[in-house]
Design a protein around this ligand. Structure first.
Ligand code: PGA
Length: 260
């Protein structure tokens, strides 16, 4: 696992946008797994700016979703399908035709989950999966005690996650209890995992995920199992890392040609 400590969220967004741009040069129709929440916004803004100024060609990129609420009406502005279309697909100049996501309104949720895993495999697998981290250590919506081998399935949100996400809704009561999420096993199949964490509120979860034991109690610790996982953190989110100086030295000495 590589840990990159950046000065702030904008620098993290720019660094990850560069990794995505490099991937799109090597593979113009790359399948990009995107995360929602507040953290990845600087990545999408940096990438959209480069598409707008012509320095990045994302016209053949494909976008897929990490997780989704169950039961929000189709077209609800806070469904993750709506969020990804609004914040990623449209700003990159893409259409819904280049987008893959699970159906959180399917009458048979278990079948929709299995169908999504199949669709990802049929699309050739995810080339680069962006991840955030919950204050409880979740990735996607894999809450603590999720199986490290899990596939896409229904999960129940913790109270902490529902409270964290209540800011997107009019009240806590409106935050769904259930979600569909790529499983940890599904996430680990992506070729490159890139987790961005910013702010002091993420410091404890980051330290446990990066330097703690591999544990289903901290789903993000599953990144320790992946051969190509990059964790980008700002100074505040890095503040709990014992090895911060080592990570800084390592990245400072890294040959530029290696990229992320
Ligand atoms: P946030 O969400 O970026 O809004 O903090 C991260 C997550 O829950 O994965």
């Amino acid at each position: 696992m590589e840990i990159v400590i950046v000065p702030d969220a904008v620098a993290g967004g720019s660094l990850i946008a560069t990794a995505i741009a490099d991937l799109l040069i090597a593979k113009p129709d790359a399948l990009l797994g995107v995360a929602t929440g507040s953290t990845p916004t600087p990545i999408y803004q940096a990438l959209a700016a480069r598409v707008a100024d012509g320095s990045v060609d994302a016209s053949r990129a494909r976008i897929c979703q990490l997780d989704e609420y169950v039961g929000l009406p189709a077209g609800h502005p806070e469904s993750y399908r709506s969020v990804v279309l609004r914040e990623v697909v449209e700003p990159l100049g893409l259409t819904e035709a280049s987008f893959l996501g699970p159906d959180g309104n399917a009458p048979d949720i278990a079948a929709a989950a299995a169908e999504y895993d199949r669709a990802l495999a049929e699309a050739g697998g995810v080339d680069l999966q962006l991840l955030g981290i919950g204050t409880d250590g979740h990735i996607g919506f894999n809450e603590p005690c999720s199986s490290l081998a899990s596939r896409t399935r229904i999960k129940t949100l913790t109270r902490q996650t529902r409270e964290d996400n209540a800011r997107f809704f009019d009240s806590l009561d409106e935050v769904p209890h259930h979600v569909l999420t790529q499983g940890i096993g599904t996430i680990l199949e992506a070729r490159h995992l890139v987790l961005l964490a910013t702010g002091e509120a993420k410091a404890e979860a980051v330290a446990l995920a990066v330097e703690g034991p591999l544990s289903a109690m901290v789903p993000a610790s599953a990144l320790q199992l992946h051969p190509h996982a990059t964790v980008v953190v700002d100074e505040a989110a890095a503040s709990g890392l014992k090895l911060a100086d080592y990570f800084r030295d390592t990245y400072a000495a890294k040959p530029v040609w290696q990229g992320l």
